[in-house]
Design a protein around this ligand. Structure first.
Ligand code: AMP
Length: 473
């Protein structure tokens, strides 16, 4: 059995129903979701009868040239962009997954990770199923194909009741788009509409991981696909059913901390609002006397704006980011210290020299980035560097679709805050409290959050992962 690719599935999904250039809207939508995954991307389209798809490694704009898009024109489309660890299996696991089944042709794109995929796959293989990828999404495809239900929506509901974990799915048959979220609503999935121009019969219905995709294609956000809901859009219109009982909401709080774009509305809440409030709350919880508030761009910018506004300390861009860092670069043979981070960031000496700096970032994972940046700020002449992080210490891996390394590599799982401060070389270090973070994200208002990466308390009972399960030896 191929090993599962279960830890590294940061993704963005998009779907378009009824547009004469659905493939182009899917492409633009994926472009807006590029931050959710840069390793591979794919689009599947339908002209009403036949499904076609193209997927490849690399960024969206490189993969989808005009020639490629011309080969997959359609009126329905789904798209996927994915971050995965590099490896031979990467293209094999690129999505959408397209198959011909006894329920007809179907294409599936998935954001999130299933937590019982290995168990279900073993059962299916026991019954003779042959898997072609090592992605957990293929488990869903097999379950749909094997379902005894006769219609595709019922088969999807049947399949989704058998899987656990995180899934925001967009699916396509030749004449329908289907969108579903897991009963806990771990990952986001928004629904929007483009009003039909004169002469076009019906509105275009769209789905995307984040609303920033809607802005680019001129769609208006209407609502989220609800946890446990399956929305089917077809010639008959929009149908909503709940395939599962509601479970306690577990929206990923890290979407608001880091992953989503600040111009998106995620889980019904503007990410910008949450992030600025994280900064304000951090300033209240961890004040410090300093001359400047400096963000680590781009991840710390919005929280730093909030910290500066609350503390009254001036906000300055003391680090400048080079946005043109490609995937390959040539390093001088006489290796330069911190070369990787220097390629991306450069300190503004004239601002930092002799100053006491509050340095803001969204998170510390392994600690290596913060260590290099603190060193960079000091080498530019800063007198003091006070690191402030707009979330609690990351102590546990995510099994629901965010790429966090194993516990052994998470610095906060292995060192005290003072040891981390010493490691990164800061004069002081503070994290936002969990209560402060939840308040900043409006916990309990429109949704409640999963914060397992900060607490180690996982909301699903079944977690098919060696690190959590008792040793299987
Ligand atoms: P590290 O050097 O491992 O401590 O990396 C921390 C940096 O990585 C922070 O600046 C974060 O903005 C960024 N980061 C945190 N989580 C992720 C993630 N899941 N994917 C990509 N970058 C991340």
């Amino acid at each position: 059995m191929l090993p599962f690719d279960k830890f590294h599935d940061e993704c963005g999904v998009v779907a378009i129903f009824a547009h004469p250039e659905a493939e182009k809207l899917a492409y633009l939508g994926l472009h807006a979701l590029q931050h959710r995954g840069q390793e591979s991307a794919g689009i599947a389209t339908s002209d009403g009868l036949t499904l076609r798809s193209h997927k490849a490694m690399g960024p969206v704009a490189e993969i989808f040239t005009e020639e490629v898009l011309a080969k997959i024109t359609g009126t329905l489309a789904i798209g996927h962009t994915r971050y995965s660890t590099a490896g031979d299996s990467a293209l094999l696991n690129a999505q959408p997954i397209q198959v011909q089944s006894n329920k007809g042709a179907i294409a599936v794109a998935h954001n999130g990770n299933l937590t019982n995929a290995q168990t279900v796959r073993a059962q299916l293989e026991g019954q003779g199923s042959i898997f072609q990828t090592n992605s957990d999404t293929e488990v869903i495809v097999h379950l749909i194909a094997l379902s005894k239900e006769h219609t595709l929506p019922y088969a999807i509901g049947d399949a989704l009741r058998r899987v656990e974990g995180a899934f925001s799915l967009v699916m396509m048959s030749p004449d329908r788009i289907m969108a579903a979220r897991d009963p806990r609503g771990f990952r986001p999935l928004a629904m929007g509409r483009i009003r039909a121009p004169e002469g076009q019969k019906c509105d275009t219905i769209v789905f995307a991981s984040e609303t920033c995709a809607f802005d680019l294609i001129g769609a208006t956000y209407e609502r989220d696909v609800e946890p446990g809901e399956l929305v089917v859009v077809g010639p008959e219109g929009i149908t909503s059913t709940f395939y599962a009982e509601p479970a306690p909401r577990s929206s990923c709080i890290f979407e608001h901390v880091y992953f989503s774009r600040p111009d998106s509305v995620v889980f019904g809440r503007a990410v910008q609002t949450s992030r600025e409030e994280m900064g304000r709350q951090l300033a209240r919880e961890a004040p410090v006397e300093a001359d400047l508030v400096v963000p680590v761009p781009d991840s710390g910018v919005t929280a730093a704006v909030g910290y500066a506004a609350e503390s009254g300390i001036p906000f300055r861009f003391g680090l400048i980011r080079n946005h043109y860092v490609g995937r390959t670069f040539i390093e001088p043979s006489q290796s330069v210290r911190d070369f990787g981070v220097k390629l991306k960031l450069n300190p503004v000496r004239s601002l930092l020299k002799g100053r006491r700096v509050v340095l803001i970032d969204d998170s510390i994972v392994r600690g290596t980035t913060s260590r290099k940046i603190v060193r960079m700020i000091r080498s530019a002449g800063a007198k003091e560097v006070h690191m402030r992080i707009s979330c609690p210490p990351t102590i546990s891996p995510c099994y629901y679709g965010v790429d966090t390394p194993s516990k052994s590599q998470l610095i906060a799982a292995n060192k005290s805050i003072d040891e981390i401060r010493e490691y990164i070389g800061a004069d002081s270090l503070s994290y936002l409290s969990l209560e402060g973070l939840k308040k900043a994200c409006g916990d309990g208002e429109k949704t409640s959050y999963c914060s397992a990466c900060y607490t180690g308390k996982y909301p699903t009972s079944i977690v098919d992962v060696e690190e959590i399960l008792p040793a299987r030896a």
